[in-house]
Ligand binder design. Structure first.
Ligand SMILES: Cc1ncc(COP(=O)(O)O)c(C=O)c1O
Length: 470
């Protein structure tokens, strides 16, 4: 493609994205296509001859867009958010244009040094302890795997990398922990049988006494407790594990403490939410996702460690073809995680933080938390609804409950959710809490305002009323 044509399509596509941002509310939030529908519209074989950008773009609009679920829709109340922002989108365009692969310092010094600076900004914004150092990973799942690998090496005096595992290592997390922990213990060689799921309390937070009992039991059996994963903002209900007590147990028992704050970590930029990090000095590693709730488009996960030396010792590798003359002077991020090749993700974070400022980001997160409290109040005041968990951040767990038995309540709430999602106006998802089918109402999109939340509640209440009338 000639530059002239590239420029022309570039303008056209930026216009399309700008229109999309303005009109995203007019799409059904969840794509309405059936399984296989998109595939059936696509040719089975690649084109032999080049096709024009006009025809590719036409197919994008006609075939691909109908199969998109619109995460940036103001009626997005499902899972957790993965919000973006104009600044982040523009930075991604520049990143793609530059096309740098940032595996070592010399493959783009600006990428390495900007990552260093921006992660230090994030450390300050969240109030993480001084001395903690950050690195960008693709996702929280990868960061947690890195933590498990570091814990493994640290617990075995860095022998597992050399000889493989000789003694079973044990990991601990609450019953409410994210599935990435199970995936991580499998990959890191702990084995799923050596993941202890510690019971949680009435608010779905880990019970620290049960953690210490489990660690002691394993020590008695001759096993090596190696890693505790505490969660700030669990996936089902955004519960907050008591970090301070868990941290003291980890120090006492000599176990690595990793904190998974994938979603809720962003809230720590608010002084009034700093309590979630009480006990932070005892963390060994910490992850949160700017790609969830900090206006930075997917993917971008910020991973922090207390001791960068242990991280690098776990991952470093020095093949001749990657050696450079400046190695002793710089950070080569290939040694800070699993992958060798790295995208230039720091650029979008830099754009986001500068274009909103810390105050702008705080205002944005604070507003979502306010809206969640508003919604919580409506649930509490409505006769046939039940609040299912404390509301710490932007997620409200609730269900319709008119007193029928548990099985019937599950069916009732499933039907309610399906009807709501079929409207195309909102999209929400479910979980189970102590076996009870629970709806999750998540507020985290950049475009979600109070009027959207009010409309969503009206829709929920009227649909529920219709269901109960039958
Ligand atoms: C608490 C928690 N940890 C980890 C993850 C995994 O995040 P990622 O998709 O970045 O791997 C999630 C995803 O929602 C989560 O809620």
């Amino acid at each position: 493609m000639e530059t002239k044509l590239f420029r022309q399509h570039g303008h056209q596509f930026v216009d399309w994205v700008a229109d999309y941002m303005e009109n995203v509310e007019n799409y059904p939030v969840m794509s309405r296509v059936k399984p296989g529908e998109i595939r059936a519209k696509l040719p089975a074989c690649p084109p032999q001859a080049p096709e024009s950008m006009d025809s590719i773009f036409r197919d994008f609009k006609e075939i691909i867009v109908p199969g998109i679920t619109h995460w940036q829709h103001p009626g997005w109340h499902a899972y957790f958010p993965a919000n973006n922002s104009p600044a982040s989108i523009l930075a991604e365009l520049l990143t793609a244009g530059i096309g740098a692969q940032c595996m070592v310092w010399q493959t783009s010094p600006a990428a390495a040094e900007l990552e260093d600076v921006v992660l230090e900004w994030l450390r300050q914004m969240l109030g993480l302890p001084e001395g903690f150092v950050g690195v960008i990973q693709d996702t929280a799942s990868t960061a947690t795997l890195c933590a498990l690998l570091c814990a493994r090496e640290w617990a075995t005096d860095f022998a597992s990398n050399e000889k493989g595992l000789s003694l079973p290592l044990v990991a601990y997390a609450s019953q409410e922990t994210h599935s990435s922990v199970e995936k991580g213990v499998k990959i890191a060689g702990f084995g799923k049988e050596n993941l202890r799921l510690i019971p949680s309390d009435d608010e779905f937070a880990m019970i620290p006494e049960k953690l210490e009992e489990a660690i002691l039991r394993d020590k008695e059996k001759g096993l090596r407790p190696a890693c505790v994963v505490a969660t700030i903002g669990t996936t089902s209900s955004t519960a907050v594990d008591p970090l301070a007590v868990i941290g003291r147990i980890c120090r006492r028992q000599n176990v690595w403490l990793h904190v998974d704050a994938a979603y809720a970590g962003t809230a720590a930029i608010l002084p009034e939410k700093q309590w979630v990090l009480e006990g932070k000095e005892d963390m060994d590693s910490f992850v949160f996702n700017p790609h969830k709730w900090m206006l930075t488009n997917f993917d971008c996960s910020a991973y922090f460690v207390k001791d960068a030396g242990r991280l690098v010792r776990t991952f470093e590798i020095h093949p001749e073809y990657l050696k450079t003359g400046v190695d002793p002077l710089v950070k080569n991020y290939r040694d800070w995680g699993i992958q060798l090749g790295r995208r230039f993700r720091a650029l979008k974070l830099w754009f986001v933080i500068r274009s909103y400022g810390v105050e702008g980001l705080q205002a944005f997160v604070r507003e979502h938390i306010r809206l969640a409290q508003l919604f919580k109040g409506w649930v509490e005041r409505a006769g046939n609804f039940e609040l299912m968990a404390p509301v710490h951040f932007g997620v409200v767990c609730f269900r319709l409950n008119d007193g029928r038995d548990e099985n019937a309540l599950t069916q009732l709430n499933k039907t309610l959710m399906e009807r709501l999602n079929a409207t195309g106006e909102i999209f929400l998802t479910h979980t189970t809490l102590r076996g009870k089918y629970t709806l999750r109402f998540v507020i985290g999109q950049r475009t979600t305002e109070e009027r959207h939340v009010r409309h969503a509640w009206d829709l929920i209440a009227s649909t529920a009323e219709e269901l109960l009338r039958k």
